[in-house]
Design a protein around this ligand. Structure first.
Ligand code: NAD
Length: 291
């Protein structure tokens, strides 16, 4: 049994922390929203009153927070993880944030003898609930090996992809691909419908050919039916496209299609679709086409 401090018990962190309880670990959870902590207690975890309370006595601390400002506050800020963690503690940040923040967190943690992995995930709320997430992990091999039993309780595809920040780079690559595929599936639907072709029938054929992909498999029916409840909100994808473009700048590479996808996502947000699922990028193409 491992004592785990879990900070950020939202859409993803809620079910993930409950899986760790079910796997027999002592999980002490903290979230700024009391309801989220209460759900962990219902699942058999323990409530912490603040970050320090979740970290005290923990062997492993997991953070699952919205973006880099929250990670900086919770980990580096006063009363944060690095103020309370004992030397040797393993911090696994599973939030999707900029690679450069993951690297900065790792540097600050090393100075306090705290070990760190960046371990963002793919698979969405369903993957969190079913413990089928893909986890892309950056950091030291030895720390990855120590984290592996916990990560196995959360996901199916768990891969060490490189040093600190590498997990976030792979996640950024995931998000540019996912955004691009959603955008293009939306364009395919708009083209077929505007040409008088039944889009559902057309996509059924495409799903058996070279264009087959999981988004076509899982989302073509809901997209044709215009069902856009999240899932993964356009607002969060907008954040992730910013991370992808910042990572591209950092790596000094040109990613022109990623730039276009980022503009499409930004347009979706500007059109008021930020709280809809990212499959609602279809609505942006419809609006651009006057439909
Ligand atoms: P969420 O908003 O549902 O959960 C985040 C939680 O963090 C909230 O409960 C919030 O109250 C809490 N929080 C914020 N600031 C805090 C602080 N200072 N101290 C303690 N708690 C704090 O978001 P989510 O959908 O669970 O996403 C979390 C991360 O996972 C994000 O980086 C997101 O990009 C990534 N992600 C989400 C999905 C998805 O489908 N939702 C999929 C893959 C990755």
């Amino acid at each position: 049994m491992t004592t785990v401090g879990f900070i950020g018990l939202g859409i993803m962190g809620g079910p993930m922390s409950a899986h760790l309880v079910a796997a027999g670990h002592d999980v002490r959870g903290y979230d700024v929203h009391a309801d989220a902590v209460a759900r962990l207690v219902d699942a058999g975890g323990t409530a912490a009153r603040d970050v320090a309370g979740a970290v005290a006595g923990a062997d492993v601390v997991i953070t699952m927070l919205p973006n880099h400002p929250q990670v900086e506050e919770v980990v580096l800020g006063p009363g944060g993880v690095l103020d309370s963690a004992r030397p040797g503690t393993l911090l696994i940040d599973m939030s999707t944030i900029r690679p450069e923040t993951s690297i900065a967190v790792a540097e600050a943690a090393t100075a306090k003898e705290v070990r760190v992995l960046d371990a963002p995930v793919s698979g969405g709320e369903a993957g969190a609930k079913q413990a089928t997430l893909s986890v892309m992990v950056g950091g030291e091999e030895r720390d990855f090996a120590d984290a592996r039993p916990l990560l196995d309780a959360l996901g199916k595809t768990i891969v060490h992809v490189g040093p600190h920040g590498a997990g976030q780079v792979v996640k950024a690559a995931n998000q540019l691909l996912v955004g691009g595929i959603y955008g293009l599936v939306g364009e395919a639907i708009v083209l077929m419908e505007a040409s008088g072709v039944d889009a559902k029938t057309g996509l059924d054929v495409l799903a058996g050919g070279l264009a087959a992909n999981r988004i076509l498999d899982l989302k073509r029916e809901s997209m044709v039916a215009r069902q856009f409840q999240p899932g993964f909100r356009i607002d969060l994808h907008h954040k992730d496209m910013g991370i992808a473009l910042a990572a591209a700048r950092q790596a000094d590479v040109a990613l022109p299609l990623t730039g276009l996808v980022a503009q499409l996502v930004a347009a979706g947000r500007a059109m008021g679709y930020g709280s809809l699922d990212h499959s609602a990028l279809l609505k942006v193409t419809e609006q651009l086409s006057g439909r």
